[in-house]
Design a protein around this ligand. Sequence first.
Ligand code: ADP
Ligand code: ZN
Length: 712
Amino acid sequence: MPLTKEQVLKQYFGYDKFRPLQADIIDWVLYGQDCMVLMPTGGGKSLCFQIPALMMQGLTIVISPLIALMHDQVQALQANGVPAAYINSSLGSSEKSAIERQCRSGELKLLYISPEKLFANGYLEWIKSLNISMIAVDESHCVSVWGHDFRPEYTQLHVLKTAFPRVPVIALTATADRVTRKDILMQLGIPDARIFISSFDRPNLSLAVQPGRNRLKTIQKFIAERPRKAGIIYCLSRKNTEQVSDALLKVGISSRHYHAGMSTDERAQVQDQFLRDNIQVICATIAFGMGIDKSNVRWVIHYSLPSNIESFYQEIGRAGRDGVRSDTLLFYSYNDLLVRKDMIAQSELPLEMKEVQGAKLERLKQYAEAEICRRRILLSYFNEEVTHDCGNCDVCKNPPIRFDATVLAQKALSAIARTNENVAMGMLIDILRGSNNRRIIEHKYHEIKTFGAGKDLKFEEWADYLQQMLNSGIMDIAYDEQHVFKLNNASWAVLKEGRQVQLVRFRPFEEKQAEREASITKDKTKKEIIRDELFERLRALRKRIADERDIPPFVVFSDATLSDMAQKKPLNQTEMLNVSGVGEQKYTQYGETFLTEIRAFIKTIPKSSVAAGINTAQYSYQLYQEGKSLEQIAQQRELNPVTIISHLIKLEEEGVAIDWWKFISKKEYSDIVAVANSLGIKKGEAVKPIFEAMNGKYDYYKIRIALSIKYQ
Ligand code: ADP
Ligand code: ZN
């Protein structure tokens, strides 16, 4: 009895259910029909041809544009016990003949090949002599000049349908727009093929946009909150990748840069170390990513604005391919937008292409400045109807609060007018806040009427509001004159006619972060803590096995599989095979080793801190007693330093001695206490006013420490 598609899914890949559309596509192909599959990166395209390939008589040819991609896919298939191989220029002649022999004998089910190889001297003729069951064209947007990775070799692929008229062709891509779509089908000679379009939503990716200030500091915090979690930072220029990476290395984060200016060897090496979890962070230009199948990328940051929503979506799509929760962050400033506009203006493109690019950039701007659910904007770009807000973007989590900012805007505009449109952001804010610095006195700006008119707002608040005013066009900026602000017609309408201005209330990043942390830690039950501990042990085991076998860890098991394993805690074969992603081959290879680890872990639980009834605060205290630094404790516990400090404060209140001076200097202490005294802050009151009064000079946790020393 041949296996059903569900059985193949379970036996080879270890999964219980198909994702939407996968089953329909497989049936269609098995029925001998051509089709095109549009799914986002990480959507699960590969199974759509791999499963029918296993079920059909004969060999499936997979056209794939990149050697790295072929290698990774074949490695993953082999790890699941699927007879697959690739032929490309990297193979020696004896390896190549061995594979050709396996093709003829029918041992192989899938053969990956590049178009160059396919059309090289007589190869197609040789393939014609084989029993071919199906042809899959992966990354099929490469056939179209409209797609973003056009490859001239792909344009000959129409020959395939002529050579194999009865063999079903399946074209796969993550690029969605209509023009490219139609072109792909024409180019492949299958104009009437059915098109399967899955939703482009990737609900496991969180979406967030941050103003482009203090980028490095924000990134450091972001990474500190995600210990050992791999991520990619996309930068605009080669130089920028090096700068960001160096800055991260300096603070002890394992990071490397990657760009097209490096030698092929260097690039391959960096990529390989990243795949093997030996490098945590890659700072890269867009040269990095296509052909990276690493499924456990847990976050993607855009240091600068990408060129359009397609590129952006494809780049963030490299996070969370295993379906596990992953985070994305885009930095956005008005200046970034202008840089992009300049790039378009200065490019060699024909005028109408420039217009298209400009319009596309505009859509990305809408995403960046969105005040409604960001996912709605992304999905509507891909022509998808969205019926509800996603709940997993920053706008959904912190809905913007608008207020009448007419007076505020008038103060700023009037100061710009009174300084003869000659000041940039920093100086303007100093004037508004009434700072008495040397340059202000020199220019006699302290004598103008609006000097100090905006004292009530902090520096970063003004910076945020001025940025919003720029974005909404009620003033201009002259980038060719040291970024000084200029007034326009809208400005005068606000100043003279009292035209209304609405802005979104500013909330500091720290405040949002702290709230988020608080809600996460509150919810972590004992059971979840045990699960997370086990996950860490399984992850370490996976790394050891991967290194022994010289393969990337995610090829052993994905993060999704480890996480399911840590949740289910299987103790025997049947239970282990029940874990999502554990197929028969993987069970044979690794099942027992992982079972042994889980059994050993379960035995330690009664002794472990958690099950002995020790709560999360005591766990932090234990690490503190081991002499770990605050940073290390926060990393190990994957919590914010503020949370760790609140644990220690709680224990201190219960009579445990804590040496706070390990975490704060005398100078910092007296600075903070001075402000606390001047504000009349009493024991147990909120620390936010102090944080604000000091303009965010010290982290929340330092303020908490200072106060707890003060009230000891
Ligand atoms: P794409 O090629 O569309 O970018 P992949 O085919 O690499 O995506 O699939 C992404 C991830 O999802 C892989 O780790 C794959 O094993 C997993 N996956 C695919 N289909 C399923 C399924 N039905 N159930 C669980 N996981 C799946
Ligand atoms: Zn949302």
